[in-house]
Design a protein around this ligand. Structure first.
Ligand code: HEC
Length: 131
């Protein structure tokens, strides 16, 4: 009976490993934030490019359902001209901003991070160039 309620043994090396793991995790979190926002915490939308900024967001979050093969809902976002039709109709921005009257995208996932939405919105404001 007494042996069943024995406390876990304190181990110096185990505590050290835990502290090291936590420190490592924090270092990783800090690094990835720096990559996302190279100019500090601000979301930089001063020079948005279709190829470098907008496309990766769509490829990573939307192509799984909306590329040339997976045309869910009949919506194809792959290829500039096909994407442009959904820019012009207002459906692209309406869907990712989750405005009423639009299907919330990406479907089945949380809303895109604010900076990604702002990036796409700024690109559209710029005239959605194929840059
Ligand atoms: C898991 C699959 C899935 C993912 C991921 C997904 N969609 Fe969709 N999307 C759908 C389906 C299914 C429809 C059609 C049915 C509907 O409107 O709900 C749709 C419809 C749409 C529409 C038309 C909305 C409307 O109201 O007319 C747009 C625009 C769209 N998606 C854009 C996107 C964008 C941009 C992303 C990425 C940020 C994305 N989708 C991610 C499945 C998906």
């Amino acid at each position: 009976m007494f042996q069943l309620i024995r406390l876990p043994q304190f181990s110096f090396s185990r505590s050290f490993a835990l502290i090291a793991a936590v420190a490592l995790l924090q270092a990783c979190a800090y690094n990835s934030e720096e990559d996302l926002y190279p100019n500090g915490d601000a979301c930089d939308t001063s020079d948005v490019s279709y190829n470098q900024d907008v496309l990766p967001i769509l490829v990573n979050n939307c192509y799984v359902c909306h590329d040339n093969t997976n045309r869910q809902g009949g919506i194809i976002l792959e290829g500039y001209n096909q994407l442009k039709t959904h820019v012009n109709s207002g459906r692209l921005i309406g869907a990712i901003r989750r405005e009423s009257g639009f299907s919330p995208m990406p479907q089945g996932s949380p809303q895109l991070p604010d900076c990604q939405i702002e990036t796409i919105a700024q690109w559209i404001t710029d005239g959605a160039p194929e840059n």
